[in-house]
Design a protein around this ligand. Structure first.
Ligand code: NAG
Ligand code: NAG
Ligand code: NAG
Length: 316
């Protein structure tokens, strides 16, 4: 029996709870886990339980805008609801609420954590997706169908009691755009993931350049998004030991300049838009903004990137 199947067996027998920020509580589990989909209540036998939290938001980051529905964990031996459906593989419960609609958050808070959390089951687990968004499931159907070979369960349309041999509630999270190699069974799988075609396509959509054996270079920056660019791209890049170059646009390179005019707060003081909250800022700075890059100025950044590549390949 290889390492992967041992890991699989262990996980099969455990109820894993990953709360926000990625911390995990493990509980041995030799009885069924019941999920009442009507009120998102998960029943686990009290004698088995070391669960420290009773309410879990199955989304990897904090939820200040209340976009994610909680799952209630109940320790209960008696008065258990009868199983309407008995499943013979474990379940992973997560929310597709949160910041879906923003490609970066979809990758960072769902696709990568889903991969980290579910890959060792080798598709032999079922997904219960709360705050189910059909468009999101469709958008990522090719990836999702590799992570779970079964039909997804949407509690909003399937309000039955489902019983599983084990459960994972919530997603593991290694940090922004991070994959922690040591925490993935058969750690080398990290590279395989990066090689998956869809992954590369999406990384490229995100603005990643993926260079075989070399260093990746990101270019980010749009009006009002300096903070986000540095935190979401610059910091993770540094942590991964990837060289990071930033290109900050001038106001004229944003279509917001044409739409709102040079004196509008959107252009002169983007922070004032962010003070109104994420949705307002997103509507303007992300959804409405297109970029018309000053090719000459951007060329200088690309030139620096090219030099970095040349310098690093001459070291190899
Ligand atoms: C969830 O609903 C069931 C009935 O379907 C009820 O017995 C149970 O007490 C509810 N759980 C909670 C925590 O409200
Ligand atoms: C509910 O889920 C069960 C088990 O996955 C499935 O057999 C059943 O068809 C689903 N019911 C509906 C209404 O989707
Ligand atoms: C990666 O995972 C290992 C083992 O779980 C842990 O000790 C280490 O601190 C993690 N590193 C990061 C950067 O999260």
């Amino acid at each position: 029996m290889g390492f992967l199947s041992v890991a699989y067996q262990l996980l099969f027998l455990q109820l894993l709870l990953f709360h926000s920020q990625g911390s995990a509580t493990l509980c041995s589990q030799d009885q069924k886990v019941r999920i009442d989909n009507k009120n998102l209540t998960v029943y686990i036998p009290s004698s088995q339980s070391q669960v420290s939290r009773k309410n879990i938001k199955p989304y990897p980051t904090t939820d200040p805008l209340h976009l994610v529905t909680s799952v209630q964990i109940v320790n209960e031996e008696t008065n258990l609801p009868a199983c309407d459906f008995n499943h013979n593989v474990p379940v992973l419960v997560f929310s597709s609420g949160g910041y879906t609609g923003n490609l970066f958050h979809e990758m960072d808070e769902l696709i990568i954590p889903l991969f980290i959390t579910s890959r060792h089951f080798r598709s032999n687990l079922k997904f219960v997706i709360i705050d189910y968004k059909a468009w999101w499931v469709n958008k990522y159907s090719r990836i999702l169908s590799r992570l779970s070979r079964y039909e997804f369960i949407n509690p909003a349309v399937n309000g039955s009691v489902h019983c599983f041999p084990g459960a994972v509630i919530g997603l593991k999270f290694h940090g922004l755009l991070a994959l922690n190699r040591t925490d993935i069974p058969g750690g080398a799988k990290t590279r395989r993931f990066v090689n998956e075609h869809e992954m590369v396509v999406m990384m490229e959509e995100l603005g990643f350049g993926v260079f075989a054996g070399g260093c990746g270079h990101l270019a980010g920056g749009a009006t009002g998004l300096d903070w986000a660019s540095s935190n979401y791209f610059g910091e993770p890049a540094r942590e991964m030991g990837v060289k990071y170059l930033e290109y900050t646009i001038e106001p004229e390179e944003s279509t917001l300049f044409q739409t709102y005019g040079k004196d509008h707060a959107v252009v002169t003081d983007p922070q004032s838009i962010f003070v109104k909250g994420y949705q307002a800022a997103r509507a303007v700075c992300i959804d409405e903004q297109n970029l018309k890059i000053n090719v000459e100025r951007f060329g200088e950044t690309l030139f620096q990137a090219k030099q970095l590549i040349e310098d690093s390949s001459s070291l190899n």
